[in-house]
Write a protein that binds this ligand. Structure first.
Ligand SMILES: *[C@@H]1O[C@H](CO)[C@@H](O)[C@H](O)[C@H]1NC(C)=O
Length: 276
């Protein structure tokens, strides 16, 4: 019995160790925020989640100036270039594609403003001569642009003339940095909706009342029909009074249909009008 148990225990211990060491560290190809998994900042986790549409896109910018020719590559939480973990690299096109890691995504820092997100990768390769030989770091300023998941990646500047705390600064656009859409209704539109609902209720209830209780037919089913009719006429009169700039011309419309006029009309056209 004893050897069997020993074997069993050993197997279980191995299994437990295997699951522990497998589950413990963050997935190798993902951003790692500061702190252990349960100590990470909720804010940073939320910002990282909002950047999801940018994942799997590799961004490039090539700059040739001052005798240099560099290509910069950036990816959110993924390796670019040949160094595992290098999320932001500089490739020297004049020096057999020599690669310098500016920042690693296992050292990701995130800050969010109203319409921008600042991403920082630290633990890049050490400076050879500048900045007290500290490790390089890269900052990517992501601005709100509702038209793209990620675009316009550009290097802005490289600060390396300081004693320490040097950085590479990049800019790009993404809808991930946009503020959440404002769906609140204005006071005016709420009033309009309330008014429209009241009118609808008035019409429906009035219509049903006229039809079912009063027993009205046709146009009479419109609630307060005579009032609205009077109001319409009143408004027409008011407008006639207020808007007309010249006095009315001879009211031809009211001319009576006299025998003399009948005589003028062609016979065949007004035959049916004759009271016979
Ligand atoms: C990130 O990766 C580098 C190189 O693989 C390593 O030196 C560093 O300690 C890592 N940082 C974290 C926080 O795991």
């Amino acid at each position: 019995m004893a050897p069997f148990f020993n074997c069993c225990w050993a197997a279980m211990l191995l299994l437990a160790l295997a699951t522990y060491s497998y589950g413990a560290p963050a997935a190798p190809e993902d951003c790692n925020l500061l702190g252990e998994a349960d100590q990470e900042s909720k804010t940073e986790q939320e910002i990282l989640a909002s950047l999801a549409p940018m994942r799997s896109i590799t961004f490039h910018d090539r700059v040739a100036k001052d005798g240099n020719d560099y290509t910069y590559q950036f990816r959110l939480c993924g390796t670019v270039g040949n160094t595992t973990g290098g999320g932001l690299v500089q490739i020297d096109n004049k020096n057999s594609q020599k690669e310098t890691v500016i920042g690693r995504f296992n050292e990701t820092y995130l800050i969010k403003g109203s319409d921008w997100i600042l991403l920082m990768y630290r633990k890049g390769e050490k400076y050879d001569h500048h900045c007290n030989h500290e490790e390089r770091k890269g900052m990517v300023m992501i601005s709100c642009n509702s038209k793209t998941n990620g675009d316009n990646f550009k290097i802005m500047s490289e600060e390396r003339e300081k004693v320490e705390d040097c950085f590479y600064l990049f800019e790009m656009d993404s809808k991930a940095a946009c503020p959440p859409e404002d769906t609140h209704l204005s006071v005016g539109s709420i009033l309009l909706i309330v008014l429209a609902s009241l009118v609808a209720v008035y019409l429906i209830v009035g219509f049903l009342y006229q039809r079912l209780v009063v027993g009205a037919k046709g146009m009479e089913q419109i609630p307060n029909y005579s009032f609205w009719q009077d109001l319409g006429n009143l408004m027409a009169d008011g407008c006639d009074f207020a808007c007309r700039s010249k006095p009315r011309s001879v009211p031809t419309a009211y001319r009576g249909v006299g025998d003399d006029q009948l005589g003028e009309e062609p016979e065949e056209r007004d035959d049916h009008l004759l009271p016979m």
